[in-house]
Design a protein around this ligand. Structure first.
Ligand code: PEP
Ligand code: MN
Length: 343
């Protein structure tokens, strides 16, 4: 950290700051300029140190040098991470497709959709059993029954599965049935939930909150990593802006930004970002062109019958076309599609 003193800070104030830094077991590096004194505080910094020093008289600013998200940062781990989702690698050079319905509705529907996305090229199957709905009167998902269906269909099609957890109390149950645990946008700052999934050793897909800055997002990632779970994949899924024509605004710039600052794989979710099937493919391509390691897309063979998010669900034929186009963009940026596991 660097402590920048106010222009007219007194010797007494400077001495006091030096003593306080030393009392925090940090080394002091003093630099007295003509107008200002700058004091370097070197050593193992705690999050509280910044506000302790900011509160001292005569201090103008305290500037941290290291990133507050240590384990997520490239300073800690320079190379790109690769996460193994039950045999399917995410990150480290490939582009993976995750496809499936918004919600698990029946074994029959899930099997039909899973078969379609697999034959189009998706390697991971998605489907929600616990749905975080804006209205308490909307369909909330099939719960434990849905998890069983997801596991069965995943096994039948040899596809790892990902599903969302919405409550600490459900982590153990979901851990048992899934290959990857999703934490949704609405729970990005549910710190208890982040710690609980961090205690498991299942891969986690952490979505960005739609009102969260990238820095806040990476601090949430740090919560999971700090519990020892290093199998973490991030997902940009759109943020709230003043634009109202689409459900959210797809923040494509978040992809290179996150990849610059962290080693974690990043996938994009164009479905929730725009909310309309006609725009999903374009956003998917933009995400991959910007460096995403994968794309998660909602697909339904009968969107008009979908219990949730029908307007953004791609028909299987549209999804197959999306995969072809994503493959071409992946190739253009020096990557290859990661296909499904053998049956
Ligand atoms: C989902 O992927 O099913 C979902 C609810 O997404 P989000 O948390 O991004 O809204
Ligand atoms: Mn959805």
């Amino acid at each position: 950290m660097i402590v920048i003193m106010q222009p007219h800070a007194t010797e007494g104030q400077i001495d006091h700051v030096v003593e306080r830094i030393e009392s925090l077991n940090l080394a002091v590096h003093l630099s007295k300029g003509e107008f200002r004194t700058i004091i370097g505080a070197i050593g193992q910094k705690q999050p509280e140190h910044q506000s302790i020093l900011e509160a001292l008289d005569g201090v103008d600013q305290v500037v941290p040098i290291m990133k507050p998200y240590k384990l997520a940062s490239r300073e800690f781990h320079a190379a790109d991470s690769r996460v193994d989702v039950n045999g399917v690698p995410v990150g480290g050079g490939g582009v993976v497709l995750i496809g499936g319905p918004c919600a698990i509705e029946s074994h029959e529907f899930l099997h039909a959709i899973g078969t379609a996305v697999r034959s189009a090229g998706a390697a991971i199957l998605r489907g929600g059993a616990f749905k975080p709905r804006t209205s308490p009167y909307s369909f909330q998902g099939l719960g434990a029954e849905g998890l069983k269906m997801l596991r069965e269909v995943g096994d039948e099609l040899n596809m790892p599965v990902v599903t969302e957890v919405t409550a600490v109390a459900d982590v153990a149950l979901i851990e048992r049935y899934t290959d990857m645990i999703q934490v949704g946008a609405r729970n990005m700052q549910n710190f208890n939930l982040l710690q609980e999934v961090g205690k498991t050793r299942k891969p986690v897909l952490l979505k960005r909150g739609f009102a969260a800055t990238v820095r806040e997002y990476l601090m949430s990632a740090e919560y999971i990593l700090s519990q020892g779970n290093t199998s973490l994949v991030l997902c940009e899924r759109g943020i709230k802006t003043f634009e109202t024509e689409l459900r959210f605004t797809f923040d494509v710039s978040a992809v290179p930004l996150i990849k610059h600052h962290t080693h974690l794989p990043v996938v994009v979710d164009p479905s929730h970002a725009c909310g309309r099937r006609e725009y999903v493919t374009a956003l998917a391509l933009a995400g991959v062109a910007a460096g995403a390691d994968g794309v998660m897309v909602e697909v339904h063979h009968e969107p008009e019958a979908a219990m949730c998010d029908g307007p953004q669900a791609l028909y299987p034929t549209m999804f197959a076309e999306l995969v072809q186009q994503v493959g071409r963009v992946a190739q253009a940026v020096g990557k290859t599609l990661t296909g499904p596991k053998d049956l």
